[in-house]
Design a binder for this molecule. Sequence first.
Ligand code: ZN
Ligand code: ZN
Length: 740
Amino acid sequence: MKFLRDSYSLTRFLKNCGSAGSVEEGKNAHAHIIKVGFQQHFFLQNNILHMYIKCRKMEFARQMFDKMSQRDVVTWTSLITGYTHNGHHEEALQHFEQMQSEGVLPNKFTFASVLKACAGLTDLERGKEIQDQIRKMEIEVDVAVENALIDLHAKCGNIEDARQIYDKMFNPDKFSWNAMIAGYFGNGRLEEAKKLFYEIPEKDVVSWNAMIAGYAQNGMNEKALQFVFPMRSAGIRMDQYSLCITIGVCSAMGDLGKGKQVHGHVFRTGFDLNGVVGNALVNMYSKCRSVDAARLVFDRMTNFRFGLPTRMAVGFFRGEASKTHSGESIANTVSWNAMISGYAQDDQGEEAVKLFRRMLREGVKVDLFPYASTLKACASIAILEQGKQVHPHIIKSGNEMAAFVGSSLVDMYAKCGSIDDARKAFDKQSKNDVVLWTTIITGYAQHGLGHQAIELFQQMLQAGIKPNAISFLGILFACSHCGLIDEGHHYFDSMSQENGLIPEIEHYVCMVDLLGRSGRLDEAEEFIKKMPVKPNGAIWGALLGACRMHGNIEMGRRAAECLLDFRSQDTGLYILLSNLYSTAGRWADAAKVRKMMEYRNLKKKPGYSWIEVRDKVHLFTVGDRSHPQTEEIYTFLEKLSMEMKQVGYVPDKNFVLHDVEEEQKEFLLGHHSEKLAIGFGLISTPSGSTLRITKNLRVCGDCHIAIKFISKLVCREIVLRDNRRFHHFKDGKCSCGDYW
Ligand code: ZN
Ligand code: ZN
């Protein structure tokens, strides 16, 4: 930097640092300026300030600003614009006021910036004050100010005023009409947006993006995609933003085929190594349940290292976010998190934990999201041991107290079957977050600990936390699964009467479930008739389940007929109906229901259960013989079955779905997936330790009886999580009280 002795070359150097975003070099230049004694040079001071702002280092900019002995309109405007660009709209407006109180008159650039700040805050009142001020000062308004005004009015829902400004403009440019189009979409005026789009003389990439994003924002994904092809035929290159919204649209539609087409286009246009686009692709594939494809994109991103010097790399890979230093991967924290949550959504908890560990090993910066996603992944498949191993990392990172990490921890422990650990994690938190409370309440509810759930719900109210609709779902679930009818009614009523919440269909389902389970079938049917909302399949499903539990075939048939009108895709409901008929020995009707399932192309979801032993998940299906220790498991179960029968266990053949021979029924009952998982658990864990099993479907009634016997015979606590709730088996009893 020795040769930079004149203010001209120093200015140019500062400008370069600013546009390349190299704050380190900029700082060196700043130090050099002080060393050569130019620091009092006002023109250079403004340039240093501007450099820091361009590098988005507002705290350095502010320090510089405070040190300056003289500040003109350019100085103030730079700082205000910097704040607006970085989304610190309040600060921008505060400095605008301060500037005027120090007697500096704003110019059109200042006005454009503060109007943007008002738009960012959707503060129409302040915006209008500034608009008045502009009129009074008789400043020559240029197109940038007018565009800012259009944007302000459109964002604040004042679309007619925005249009008036637009119509009066002498020379609207592309920013004006793009702001107008975005404004129409933002206000749901799709037809006017389209009309304007076809009227504008030069459609650039921003105009096309506005159309795609506008329709997507209004939930019209098909329509959004209809603009992609003509955009390309019009010779407009899709940019990073076009690609990201298009990928986002495919993702929202869950349309893998279209998503792949866009991916092909990404490849052909050289955006495949753009970090932001890559992250969008990972999200899209995960959302479309194509996690392996997501992983391929992710691996390509993590494996690619920049070997080029920074500046070349920046030029080579278009787009801000791929601005990366040599040797760094283009995958960032967002990419890692996208991949981990992809695994979490796909119930691949082990892969999620593996990736999380690799993330720590490779020193990738971890923010809050990966912790939450990894915990969610552990929770989804109930792998307690691995979930527990994540906890110390969270403590070490100092994020344990962050509300949403705390909720994830509580959720993980609860869903992994350890409600005590969940409570411990809950107790450590500063309890001012409704999500945290709701998580622990729902946890207790699912573990069948209704009274604790109610107690916590009351504590939450006392702490002044307002319950939300999900909190009420949790508490109603608790009442329903513990047979607490009066309490259930009380909470259901208090939802609207005391909390101003309108019960949604899920809340009604809980109530039907509550009445039905406790045998008040007539009351439940009456409740459905009086509901202000139209009953859906889940309502009839709940009633049907209750009818099966209490053996009311007539009402069951009525519920089933209503249910089948919904052409429900939930196979569980058909199975329930088929079971109802089977239980009554009406095999022909049961067969008809199964035919209907076939006809509607519904496959019975295969049941499976799994258990985590020493960091590994072992999965079993019915009659499974693929496990390496199969022989041992079956021999053990046979021996156990004999002992169970000696103490009074009789297999309940009603729970077999098909009209098979009696003998075969018993065989199938003996080898349900949950029993196999328990058998394996018993022979491979130390005696006396708790077994934790997860099943993807509801536990069958015979297994439920059998497990009670097993818990007593082998003196073990067995925690079984099915797709509805938890069963804690201990000493021949289950926490659900046979009421699930
Ligand atoms: Zn079973
Ligand atoms: Zn139970």
